[in-house]
Design a protein around this ligand. Sequence first.
Ligand code: C5P
Length: 232
Amino acid sequence: MNARDRLVVALDVPTPEEAAALVERLAGVVGMFKVGSQLFGAAGPELVRALVARGEKVFLDLKYHDIPNTVAGAVSAACRLGVSLVDVHALGGRAMMEAAAGAMPAMGTRLLAVTVLTSHDVGSLAEVGLADDVTSLVRRLALLAYAAEVDGVVASPQEVPLIREACGKDFLVVTPGIRPAGARADDQARAATPAAALKAGADLLVVGRPIIEAADPAASARAILREMEGAA
Ligand code: C5P
């Protein structure tokens, strides 16, 4: 896979117009667009359908976490939109992930499970009663997702090696929390550079603010692609 196909841009903007402007500038430069809850709430499935219709790959990142029956229905609806990737929270548990995996078509959309949000650290996990250290929890949740026949996980670049070791080379590992050297961390607690994430074995890198808030988003994406190519 070339660098472009591995770069996913998070369209974390409040309006469909801003999303469309970003897509105009970034189509052909990056491999996939991620639609999360902010944009989905503003623009809905129509925007997702429009992206798919113009030939773009879409990661619908709504991180479902509900009872198994509801999540299976949500995942089915996402697949019918023609997206390439859809995700659930691994913390929803084995039965929920199995129901989601069972609702996937044989081909096309792939299912990911979010292990531990890249904004969490050991303190914020303890606050919600999760006493494991971050790496043990990520390992546990990745193995649970693997056992539930989910296609891969969303995790911090720092955890890729342990996921690869636990779940093998064919398990898809998608990493947000990517920050080029010198960029602001924002709310990402467990970040890494694009080159470090690739070297660690990530399949796809998700980048939001370092690209979408840049004065020239395409130039920022190209700089990240150059760094990714250098790491290959
Ligand atoms: O702007 P930034 O590069 O931090 O954006 C990262 C994107 O990845 C956001 O859209 C965020 O919702 C998403 N994400 C994340 N951590 C996860 C799963 C998804 O940051 N564990």
